[in-house]
Design a protein around this ligand. Structure first.
Ligand code: AMP
Ligand code: ZN
Length: 115
């Protein structure tokens, strides 16, 4: 953990200090519904450990497990017809919460390219 984690809302969610609709949880990850969904299914998967964003990660197994967890969560939510995974990084990536998170978007068609 580093100092950034002290005021991090996603760390608070991981520690259950802030309530959310939890979809999945294990020792390393937690998945919960986005507070402002942009698709019928909009779930965020986060490592419980605080990483500011993708650029701060050097843990390759954790990244692999993050994606496999996202697949499990998508399947659990019945997204058999497909889904979009998104990781926004930094200002130009549109990142607003500075704790690594993976968006799962499903339940409708997602056009490409995004805006
Ligand atoms: P990003 O723009 O990639 O950093 O995405 C951050 C996401 O976190 C946005 O889609 C927000 O709606 C979502 N968000 C912010 N606060 C909360 C919260 N307390 N519970 C659930 N989702 C949240
Ligand atoms: Zn955090």
């Amino acid at each position: 953990m580093n100092d950034d984690s002290n005021n991090c809302i996603f760390c608070k969610i991981a520690k259950k200090e802030l309530q959310t609709q939890i979809v999945f949880e294990n020792e390393e990850f937690i998945a919960f519904n986005d507070i402002k969904p942009v698709s019928p299914v909009h779930t965020l998967v986060i490592p419980k450990k605080h990483y500011k964003n993708l650029l701060e990660v050097n843990d390759v197994p954790m990244l692999g497990k993050l994606f496999l967890t996202a697949c499990d969560v998508a399947k659990k939510q019945g997204l058999d017809e497909g889904f979009r995974t998104v990781i926004n990084t930094g200002d130009n990536g549109g990142q607003t919460v500075h704790h690594l998170h993976l968006h799962i978007l499903g339940g409708r068609f997602h056009k490409w390219p995004p805006g």
